[in-house]
Design a protein around this ligand. Structure first.
Ligand SMILES: [Zn+2]
Length: 290
């Protein structure tokens, strides 16, 4: 994955809340209990009631704000974390153009990084829920340490395009919120539930973005200039790693499809790839095909 050094980065939707006193230690549950909580809620579309109640202390002194200092693609060479701003820009630019093409108006979602815990329009959340999207405040929330968790606890290969997949998945939920598809969710659990259809559609939307990520938009050079086959392999690996069957097998040793909320590894890989091949959000009707 290669970034355009000349690209200007837009931080208007970035909220870097790290180091604001959330208390890293507070959120870490002991032993397996904490681990199960983490993975059950992993990449959730967020049911506000599911958020674990770890409140962030009010901002205590300086800190954070580093991502908000990223200005150009070149800054990624000095501060590698600026890549998250580049990914966010690429994803939101894509959806902005895609909505405009369809005669609709896209409104941006905020992108908040935090550590430990964070206050959101959906209540307070700890890092243990994994990255999530909060519909009422139109915000994507992410503890960047999650990507280490993905590797160390779940055995993913990792890589920056795997990170981009996770972020694009959360923005997929934002698209679902804007289009009203989020309201279609009636059944919240089980291999054939609406919840799983919603998650698979977010995976498909992540693929749709990946399809066009390196294309110029509105005459401007793209923020991302190259995606390699290895990048795509890493994203597919990440999609498989967050499959319900894989997580259940790894964490509990048994697989119970009736409790699935996100879909199997095969389903997640398949829908991501389908979106990536076609590049058309219209091919992401998981509610009819699931
Ligand atoms: Zn999700």
């Amino acid at each position: 994955m290669r970034f355009n050094r000349r690209a200007r980065l837009d931080t208007s939707s970035i909220r870097d809340r790290r180091g604001m006193g959330g208390g890293r230690g507070v959120a870490v549950g002991g032993g397996l209990g904490g681990l199960v909580l983490l993975v059950v809620a992993l990449l959730t579309g967020v049911d506000p009631g599911d958020l674990a109640g770890v409140a962030q202390q009010p901002g205590s002194g300086p800190g954070g704000g580093q991502l908000e200092q990223c200005r150009t693609g070149e800054d990624i060479e000095r501060n590698a974390e600026c890549r998250f701003v580049a990914m966010e820009n690429s994803i939101q630019d894509f959806w902005d153009a895609t909505f405009a093409q369809a005669g609709a108006r896209y409104s941006e979602a905020t992108f908040t990084t935090f550590d430990g815990g964070v206050q959101t329009g959906c209540g307070s959340a700890s890092s243990q829920v994994g990255p999530f999207y909060c519909p009422p405040d139109r915000g994507v929330y992410l503890d960047l340490d999650f990507f280490d968790t993905l590797r160390t606890q779940l055995g993913a290969k990792g890589g920056d395009f795997a990170e981009a997949y996770v972020i694009a998945h959360e923005y997929g939920h934002h698209v679902q919120n804007l289009t009203g598809q989020m309201d279609r969710v009636r059944s919240r659990q089980g291999a054939n539930s609406d919840a799983v259809a919603l998650e698979l559609q977010a995976d498909c939307y992540a693929g749709v973005w990946a399809h066009s990520a390196t294309q110029p938009r509105n005459g401007a050079e793209p923020v991302i200039t190259e995606i390699t086959q290895e990048d795509i392999t890493e994203a597919i690996d990440a999609a498989e790693t967050v499959g319900d069957d894989y997580i259940q097998e790894r964490m509990r040793g048994t697989v119970t499809p009736e409790t699935w909320t996100h879909g199997s590894s095969e389903q997640r890989r398949t829908w991501f790839q389908r979106g990536m091949r076609s590049g058309d959000p219209g091919d992401c009707d998981t509610f009819s095909r699931n």
